[in-house]
Write a protein that binds this ligand. Structure first.
Ligand SMILES: Nc1ncnc2c1ncn2[C@@H]1O[C@H](COP(=O)(O)OP(=O)(O)OP(=O)(O)O)[C@@H](O)[C@H]1O
Length: 598
């Protein structure tokens, strides 16, 4: 089985039980390292806010125990002012903390998103043909977004909570050890239910995430232009609706469950945050009556109690949260770690100007090992030659042409350009020498000018117009209200199949590559336009090596060599005249077409 076979089930959400791996932690740490300064800032902010927080109950105690009983109004004013000032300062610091947190979170997220996009572009076509677009999108968008929330919240809240809980506990013991002990005994009451709720919440959240992924994949497929067209043309709207509502109903159920879990959580919090202080008032009240502590201490204690229980119950969930973040990171790392199939070897040569001699030596190829697509191909294309690949549908012609720009590497044997194995050349420099026009032309959602310039980013206006004229598309472009500024592509102006092919040809004319691959490049044209374009292409093919795949054999009569492919094997080779004389597969294909057209 190919090492890429795992791609096929990508996004099926294999990992259920997250575990914390040392390598994961180390890698996460490396992403945060560049932001250490902001990290120090966050810790300082947390220290300050927890200091301000500690101050409040102590100030309350001063008010209750000293200022009011002793009738010291100036002290009362001072204490109240200090309370307000501490609240304002604490608020300001928390704004700064939120800012720093965002800088870190967004920064890490941005770095990962860019790294992921770059990595995805290094992946071979095999990856894209075997992975659902929805899954790729979902990883780049949802997972990376999820990261910010989970990571920064988990990280800074954990530090925050540890500090809050420990400083509060120390202060509580300093104030009165008996009440402090009682608070500690009550702690499990608080912590245990929230921990359970936290776990349940995590599980449902994960299920919801997976369901949402499925839903977005489904929408991506059925709401794309081609998908919608298919649904309509087969009248399958109702079935699709059923499939969709099946998933949304499931999602609804999960989300209701999630919000119920939230309600349970708040119920526990409410009960305990009322019951906790009540118990402290009860025991503290007795101590006040016995005059062993002051009333202010009891009031301060109840304020401290919420400062203790909140952070401790969050910390009880920290394991779940940390595991959750680690799992999210792991999902992203899995993508980042996908092996790059086609990449530069160390010391790969830069191809400056290819002469254009292409050799296939003992080339076999398979997408999946059990089904070879090309078998033992040997042939040479001399510089400047026009070579046509001919053969029944599915015989492997496109696959052969894909090996030349190294969209795939041969499974056995070698493809050479000017005597050098393609695997020893820099992939980018190879790509620069090759121009491809296929049956399906893709245009970006951009202006016609920008689309044409894709072939040569620095092309002048004159060069663009000249290329468009050469591809017989200039007049059409001029007739559009916005001419070369017309936006085409996914949501822009629609060009017909033939017009798109002419755009693709103009784009390649601009690129001016040394090697040309035309895979059914004129299939969308009527015979009148095809005759025109054929002239253009013949002009274009002069002085470069060209590989042409065409079902309409009339377009390849003048090829220097015709390679006849059947079931992945080279079965005949020669010029049109030679092959007709041979009276084999080519002759019969030609006769069939000739008779069909006659
Ligand atoms: N990405 C892929 N994964 C698995 N099998 C593939 C893939 N692409 C093509 N194939 C298979 O490889 C074989 C050769 O396909 P190829 O597209 O090279 O044929 P072709 O001669 O160009 O056909 P056509 O004339 O119909 O375009 C076919 O049987 C096809 O099903």
């Amino acid at each position: 089985m190919s090492r890429f076979s795992a791609y096929r089930d990508w996004g099926a959400d294999g990992q259920e039980k997250p575990e914390l791996k040392k390598e994961t932690l180390q890698r996460i740490y490396r992403y945060f390292l560049p932001y250490w300064k902001q990290g120090v800032g966050v810790v300082l902010c947390i220290l300050l806010t927890s200091g301000f927080g500690l101050l409040q109950p102590l100030l309350i105690r001063g008010v209750v125990d000293t200022a009011i009983p002793q009738g010291r109004t100036s002290l009362l004013n001072g204490l109240v002012l200090a309370m307000v000032a501490a609240a304002i300062l604490s608020g300001l610091v928390s704004v700064a903390q939120a800012f720093l947190n965002s800088v870190i979170g967004q920064g890490v997220m941005n770095d990962i998103r860019n790294q992921m996009y770059q990595h995805l572009h290094r992946m071979s076509i095999r990856f894209f043909t075997s992975t659902k677009t929805g899954d790729i999108m979902s990883r780049v968008n949802n997972d990376v977004n999820g990261l910010q929330q989970v990571v920064t919240d988990t990280m800074s809240q954990s530090i925050n909570n540890v500090l809050l809980a420990s400083t509060t506990l120390v202060t509580m013991f300093w104030l009165d050890w008996r009440l402090a002990l009682l608070s500690l005994i009550l702690l499990p009451l608080f912590v245990l239910p929230t921990r359970r709720v936290g776990k349940m919440n995590y599980k449902v959240r994960k299920e919801t995430q997976a369901k949402m992924g499925e839903l977005s994949s489904l929408m991506q497929e059925t709401l794309s232009v081609s998908g919608a067209l298919l649904v309509k043309s087969f009248g399958r709207e109702e079935d699709e609706l059923r499939r969709f509502t099946g998933k949304t109903t499931e999602l609804k159920r999960l989300q209701i469950r999630q919000s119920l879990i939230g309600r349970w959580f708040f119920m526990f919090i409410n009960v305990i945050s009322t019951a906790g202080p009540a118990i402290i008032y009860w025991y503290g009240g007795h101590l006040v009556i016995d005059q062993s502590i002051t009333l202010g201490t009891v009031i301060a204690f109840t304020a401290f109690l919420t400062r203790l229980y909140g952070p401790v119950s969050s910390l009880a969930n920290i394991q779940v949260n940390v595991l959750g973040s680690a799992a999210l990171f792991d999902r992203l790392f899995e993508y980042l770690d996908l092996p790059v199939e086609i990449q530069d070897r160390p010391g790969a040569l830069e191809l400056r100007e290819a002469a254009g001699r292409i050799e296939f030596e003992g080339v076999s190829f398979w997408y999946h090992k059990e089904r070879p697509v090309l078998q033992g191909l040997n042939f040479t294309i001399e510089p400047g030659q026009i070579v046509a690949l001919v053969g029944p549908s599915g015989s492997g012609k496109t696959t052969i042409s894909n090996l030349i720009p190294r969209l795939y590497d041969p499974s056995v044997g070698a493809v050479r350009l000017d005597g050098v194995d393609l695997r020893d050349l820099q992939v980018k420099s190879l790509g620069e020498q090759i121009g491809i026009v296929t049956q399906e032309t893709f245009l970006f959602h951009a202006t016609i000018r920008e689309n044409l310039r894709y072939g040569r980013p620095h092309a002048t206006e004159e060069e663009i117009v000249a290329a468009a004229k050469a591809a017989y598309i200039h007049d059409l472009i001029e007739s559009l209200p916005e001419g070369y500024d017309t936006v085409v592509g996914e949501r822009g102006h629609k060009l017909s199949g033939g017009e798109k092919q002419r755009m693709a040809i103009a784009r390649v004319i601009l690129k001016d590559p040394k090697i040309l691959i035309l895979d059914e490049a004129t299939s969308a044209l009527d015979s009148h336009s095809e005759a025109y374009i054929q002239q253009v292409l013949e002009e274009l093919m002069k002085s470069r090596t060209s590989v042409v795949i065409a079902h309409r054999l009339s377009t390849i009569l003048h090829a220097d060599q015709i390679l006849v492919i059947e079931e992945g094997r080279l079965v005949e080779q020669g010029t049109h005249v030679q092959l007709l004389e041979l009276g084999g597969l080519y002759a019969s294909l030609y006769r069939q077409q000739f008779e069909g057209e006659a």
